[in-house]
Design a protein around this ligand. Structure first.
Ligand code: NDP
Length: 398
């Protein structure tokens, strides 16, 4: 009998719940809990099997511990926000529940993310005989599994890794973000950073640009160098990588709006006083922007996320590109969410399945690239995120 608790009823939470509900043999009992129970209920109403819902505040650790002790799940899937990661890890430790998430911890009052806070739980999880699986969405998540798969089956050594995230979809809105606007804008407006020859190199936000020719009819799109959290874990766990970078596509329209919002201070996370009340401009902006879940029925086009890897096999240089293409409308037809939530929620479901079925179950705190990629790669093809491998002659991103 396996029982899971999913925390967070946003875009990603909706997809995880749908996908877990599709596999009653693995996920026999599902509880979806979030700050606003009505959102859990709305997701539950879309399913063709019953699940339970609850209202919880994931930041209230004692209340979460009582909730988990009453529910007795085997695993907690955290798809609330990165701010909740440590509180939920604390609650899982105390209640004796395995943990997983899709994004690393960020302190609410500082636009900074790194794994150190969560890696610091290693001994406590190991000693408790519990597992914490970190960053099991698409990026981070599948990008790390693609890299582990490449290392296992394609290369003797990996020299360079370029993770390339393209959203060629269009939602028709003047400005909207595809996942939580606060998290998205904090990430995009931060300085760029990449790993080269044993050190981090910093770039001004969105200042390094390349045009990349995306496969399967997407064509050429500009993409920008950004910092992304899996660069930290991948260069730690695969120290042979000499250079690791992350790229994301943005439309000119998105960048124009972002620049104006930044210039007028709307993306700041420093509190300002307004009519006698303290507000955080970015949180106010989030309240004005379309809810990402409302973009599902509007978004058309495809996403293409993958890894371009250069390295050596049998003494010879090799270039390898592995990617997934997802179609926004097809995702919506299946689970009532666009492809950004879909490409995050499906790997979260597969990661949970890997843990519950024992393929990946081991005490301690783990990033996905530290685990066997084979069963996960097989499940990507089975559950909606098929991947393609190519061997381009040349691709220059220098
Ligand atoms: P949303 O903002 O749509 O949803 C977040 C949900 O968490 C909301 O339902 C919210 O409740 C709930 N929540 C927030 N705070 C609390 C709390 N204290 N207690 C209980 N519930 C809470 O975000 P997304 O679904 O877009 O993203 C979810 C996660 O997925 C984020 O951590 C994001 O960074 C990550 N992500 C990872 C990706 C990857 O590829 N690895 C890609 C995209 C996202 P309420 O509705 O009441 O506000």
């Amino acid at each position: 009998m396996s029982r899971i608790v999913i925390i967070g009823a946003g875009g990603v939470g909706g997809v995880v719940t749908h996908k877990c509900a599709q596999l009653p043999d693995v996920f026999e009992e599902i509880v979806l809990a979030s700050r606003t129970e009505a959102k859990c209920q709305a997701i539950a109403d879309q399913l063709d099997r019953p699940i339970r819902t609850a209202a919880v505040d994931a930041d209230d650790v004692p209340a979460m511990v009582s909730f988990l002790k009453a529910e007795k799940p085997d695993l907690l899937i955290n798809v609330a926000l990165p701010y909740q990661d440590l509180h939920l890890m604390d609650a899982c430790l105390e209640a004796g529940v395995h943990y997983m998430d899709t994004a690393n911890y960020e302190p609410p009052d500082e636009a900074k993310f790194e794994y150190s806070w969560q890696w610091a739980y290693q001994d406590r999880f190991r000693e408790a005989g519990l597992m914490a699986l970190l960053g099991c969405g698409f990026d981070p998540g599948v990008t790390g599994i693609f890299t582990a798969h490449a290392k296992k089956h394609q290369f003797d050594t990996i020299d360079t890794l370029d993770i390339i995230d393209c959203n060629a979809g269009d939602h028709g809105q003047p400005f909207a973000t595809n996942f939580n606007p606060e998290i998205n804008i904090r990430e995009v407006s931060a300085k760029g950073r990449y790993w080269e020859n044993g050190a981090w190199q910093e770039t001004e936000p969105l200042s390094v640009r390349h045009v990349f020719d995306f496969p399967e009819g997407i064509g050429e799109m500009p993409m920008y160098l950004m910092y992304h959290e899996e660069l930290e874990s991948l260069t730690t766990h695969l120290p042979e990588i000499k250079r690791a970078r992350f790229w994301m596509t943005f439309s000119d329209n998105y960048l124009k709006h972002l620049e104006v919002l930044e210039n007028v201070g709307m993306t700041s996370i420093d509190p300002v006083s307004f009519n006698g009340q303290e507000i955080i401009p970015l949180q106010f902006l989030k309240a004005l922007l379309p809810d990402p879940s409302s973009l599902g029925p509007l978004t058309k086009g495809k996403t293409c996320i993958g890894c371009l890897i250069r390295g050596k096999k049998d003494g010879k240089d090799k270039l390898y590109y592995i990617y997934n293409i997802s179609d926004h409308e097809a995702c919506y037809a299946e689970v009532q969410s666009q492809a950004i939530s879909y490409t995050t929620g499906v790997p979260a479901m597969i990661g949970a399945k890997m843990m519950l079925q024992g393929h990946w179950m081991k005490p301690g705190v783990w990033n996905v690239e530290q685990l066997d990629p084979d069963p996960f790669m097989a499940d990507l093809n089975r559950y909606g995120l098929p991947w393609t491998e190519t061997y381009p002659d040349t691709v220059s991103l220098d």
